[in-house]
Design a protein. Structure first.
Length: 68
C-alpha cells in the first residue's frame, strides 16, 4: 500500500478507504483510515490554491525579467 500511496495522490481519506475496500475487501471508516495513515507516518497537506485567471501585467513583467 505504501508504494501505491507514493505513486497515487488521494485528496481524501474516503478515497483511500475506497481503494482499500476494492483492493483487499476490508472496510474502513474515514476516521479509521485517517488513524491508519497517521500510524504509517502520513500527514495531510492542504493543496495550494492557484488562481484561475492570470494577471497579464505580471506575466509581461516576469518575461521581461527572465529574458534579461
Amino acid at each position: 500500500m505504501d508504494e501505491y500511496l507514493q505513486k497515487n495522490l488521494h485528496l481524501t481519506a474516503k478515497s483511500v478507504a475506497a481503494y482499500i475496500k476494492e483492493r483487499w475487501q476490508v472496510r474502513y471508516s474515514e476516521r479509521g483510515v485517517t488513524a491508519l495513515l497517521h500510524r504509517l507516518g502520513y500527514v495531510y497537506k492542504k493543496p495550494k490554491l492557484i488562481p484561475g485567471k492570470a494577471n497579464a501585467k505580471a506575466q509581461l513583467e516576469f518575461l521581461r525579467n527572465i529574458n534579461n
